[in-house]
Structures are given as structure tokens and as C-alpha cells.
Write a protein that binds this ligand. Structure first.
Ligand SMILES: Cc1cc2nc3c(=O)[nH]c(=O)nc-3n(C[C@H](O)[C@H](O)[C@H](O)COP(=O)(O)OP(=O)(O)OC[C@H]3O[C@@H](n4cnc5c(N)ncnc54)[C@H](O)[C@@H]3O)c2cc1C
Length: 288
């Protein structure tokens, strides 16, 4: 899985299926359900850590499911708002730059966040005090039984880096599409805003090394990075994993790290931060 995770490390899976075709995905989910085969969905792999063990079953990726369509027809020409239907496999960076090129505002804060639209909806990804759910109108998904379902934003519980879909408390479903409500904006202004955000990220975050972004969620009213730095972890290594000297809530793969290096470092951090600050950090990264 190293090739499918931005941590650039991970174990082996029995099978990987990549499809962007809704009918094919429905058939796959029904077949997996009928045969009781375990499965797991992944997007861009930018928020997962796949352990070294052998993973039985099927990993599903929404390859090709990346259409961006404006709907209903004519919306963009006249209205101040625009509805955009986006396939869950669509790369977030591609969506943000499409919106900028087409003068649609509302997702600039997502500039520089890697991964897919499906993964971002699942994680309720965000930055600078905003999250993707704010721009969502509805989400379509396939449940474990292979049924296509859809819910409006008001019926989905979005919280900090988490989403809970009606009837899917365990989050075992395959998001296939998001419908966004965006506003008309000036292309130059939007492009400048995105550039500014990406520049801020470059300055504050490690660039070029394998990572999954922030490893822990920020505790209420505080920053995980601050607590980790205070506990003296900046630059600390565990095997080939290291707490970024630039941003203490990033663990980077310095080259050849195994998943257990990262997990070991996470455990050390949790233990020491709890001891020093009385805060039990909750992982943001999904360990599979
Ligand atoms: C350098 C860097 C910076 C980052 N900065 C930020 C940031 O500022 N803000 C932020 O919120 N995150 C950030 N992240 C984390 C990550 O990019 C986001 O959480 C992203 O939205 C994850 O999307 P993904 O497609 O990569 O999902 P994955 O990592 O592949 O999966 C994450 C979870 O979503 C589930 N999932 C994926 N696709 C689907 C689907 N189609 N249907 C149902 N479930 C699905 C997976 O099963 C898994 O549980 C950063 C990561 C990196 C590497």
C-alpha cells in the first residue's frame, strides 16, 4: 500500500479494485456483501496509515470517478450561486483549480489539501476555520448492501474531521458524489487567494517528505502541535519516522519508515502529552 498512501509506507492487501462506474461499484458492493468479503475504501491515501499486516479482502479506489458538472444547465450563466456535481474520485486540487478557472468561490480554503473529494467529505476536511461541509448541498453514496442513497447536508452530521451519514453510524459506505453550492467570484481574486494559502502551507508545513498532514486532532481550545512541541518532540525520531522540526503535528517518513515506526512515535507522543498536559490526543489519521 506504500504506493497508495502519502505516508509512502503500508502493508499488503489481498486485492485492489479501481472503478469510477456507478453500476460497476453497485455490483461490486452487492457481490462483496453476498460473499461476506471484507472491504475498505480509500481515496488519495492522504489521511491513512495501512499497517504492515496482510489485509484480507478488497480495497476500493474510485479511479476515474472524477467528473465535475454544472447543474442544472444554465445555472452559471445567470445565477449568483452555482451547483456543482463532483465525482468522489476527483482530486481536490483539480476541483479547486477548476473552480478558480471558472470563477466559482467557496472552496479556496481547501487549496493545498491533498486527496480526493470523497475522502475530504468523509473526513470533513478543512482549514483556516472552514470545512468542506459548509459548501456541500448533498452527498450520494453506496451502502454496504449495494444501494445508492443520497442525503442533503442537513441530514448528515458533520463535525471536526468527522462525518456521520444517516443509517451509516459505522461509516462503512462508499461516497460517490458530492453536490456543492458555490458563489460567483472574480477569477483573479480567487487565484490570488489560493496562491496565498498554498504559500502559507509551504512556510508552515514540511514539503516533499511522506506524511499524512496533521496526525492528531486539535483538542478543544488548543493545538495538538503546540502540546507536542511543548513535550519536546520536534525532530524526535522513532525508526525512520520523525516529528517534523517544522510542524510538530506532522510525522514524516524520512525514508524507509515502516507503519509501526509511525505508530510507535504516535504512542510515545500520546503518552508523554497526557503525562505533561493531561490531554489525551485523538488521532486524525485513520489507521487501517
Ligand atoms: C501534506 C498534507 C496536508 C494536509 N492538510 C490538511 C488540512 O489542512 N486539512 C485537512 O482536513 N486535512 C489535511 N490533510 C489530510 C488529508 O489530505 C485529508 O483528510 C483528505 O481529505 C483525505 O482525503 P483522501 O482522499 O486522501 O482520503 P484517504 O486518506 O484515502 O481516506 C481517509 C478516510 O476517508 C475514507 N474515504 C476515502 N474515500 C472515501 C469514499 N469515497 N467514500 C467513503 N469513505 C472514503 C477512507 O476509508 C478513510 O477512512 C493533509 C494531508 C497531507 C498529506
Amino acid at each position: 500500500m506504500a504506493a497508495y498512501s502519502t505516508f509512502r509506507t503500508g502493508g499488503t492487501v489481498e486485492a485492489m479494485v479501481e472503478s469510477g462506474d456507478l453500476d460497476e461499484l453497485v455490483a461490486l458492493m452487492r457481490w462483496l456483501h453476498r460473499h461476506q468479503i471484507p472491504w475498505q475504501v480509500i481515496g488519495g491515501g492522504s489521511n491513512i496509515l495501512v499497517t504492515s499486516s496482510y489485509h484480507e479482502g478488497v480495497f476500493i479506489r474510485l479511479g476515474g470517478c472524477n467528473d465535475i458538472c454544472v447543474g442544472p444547465p444554465g445555472d452559471t450563466e445567470t445565477a449568483a450561486d452555482c451547483r456543482l456535481l463532483v465525482g468522489a474520485g476527483c482530486n481536490l486540487a483539480a476541483l479547486v483549480s477548476w473552480c478558480t478557472r471558472n470563477g466559482l468561490a467557496g472552496l479556496e480554503f481547501m487549496a493545498g489539501i491533498p486527496g480526493s473529494v470523497g475522502g475530504a467529505i468523509r473526513m470533513n476536511a478543512g482549514a483556516f476555520g472552514h470545512s468542506i461541509s459548509e459548501a456541500l448541498m448533498s452527498v450520494q453514496w453506496i451502502n454496504e448492501q449495494g444501494e445508492i442513497l443520497e442525503a442533503v447536508r442537513g441530514n448528515i452530521v458533520f463535525s471536526y474531521r468527522h462525518s456521520q451519514f444517516p443509517g451509516e453510524p459505522a461509516g462503512k459506505m462508499l461516497i460517490t458524489r458530492g453536490c456543492f453550492l458555490l458563489q460567483r467570484g472574480d477569477r483573479e481574486v480567487l487565484a490570488a487567494r489560493c496562491r496565498e494559502i498554498i504559500e502559507q502551507r509551504r512556510q508552515k508545513q514540511p514539503w516533499g517528505l511522506g506524511s499524512a498532514g496533521s496526525v492528531f486532532k486539535n483538542p478543544m481550545g488548543d493545538f495538538a502541535g503546540r502540546l507536542i512541541e511543548q513535550a519536546g518532540f520536534k525532530g524526535v525520531t522513532y525508526g525512520k519516522a520523525m516529528v517534523s522540526p517544522q510542524h510538530a503535528n506532522f510525522i514524516v517518513n524520512t525514508g524507509g519508515a515502516v507503519p509501526e515506526d509511525i505508530i510507535g512515535l504516535m504512542q510515545e507522543i500520546r503518552r508523554k502529552v497526557l503525562q505533561q498536559s493531561g490531554v489525551l490526543l485523538e488521532p486524525e489519521v485513520h489507521i487501517i
